[in-house]
Design a binder for this molecule. Sequence first.
Ligand code: HEC
Length: 107
Amino acid sequence: MRQLVVIVMLLFTYWNGKIDSSTYIGVIEHQDSLKVNAFIVLKNHCNSCHKIKRKASVFTLKNMTRYSNAINQQVFIKRRMPKGRTNRLAKTQEETLKIWLSSLKNP
Ligand code: HEC
């Protein structure tokens, strides 16, 4: 009986348009594009050096979420990265990283 009530409630919200698959797809696509934008920054401004000096952390689409806390620490809290005076990020590139990082905290 309980299960039936839950099923009816779920169907009702589904029909009511509060939940539909396109909502989820929209959210997922949006997060993917934030991620891809962030990856472009990591690829162009971090990997060129990490490839040579820090092989352990060459960023990829696959591992970047795992590194997100470390990236936040190094780029925004400690401000150690990107290493080297000539490697500063432009404001828009910082924003791109920030928006991606906050999308992970508030999915
Ligand atoms: C010119 C070289 C250089 C650039 C550019 C650079 N890094 Fe690094 N990064 C390093 C080196 C070397 C280390 C390890 C030693 C240290 O911590 O100083 C490191 C360490 C890190 C770490 C700590 C995890 C680890 O592997 O030890 C993170 C996170 C990180 N970098 C993120 C970034 C991000 C994000 C960028 C781009 C916005 C970036 N780095 C750009 C050289 C670089």
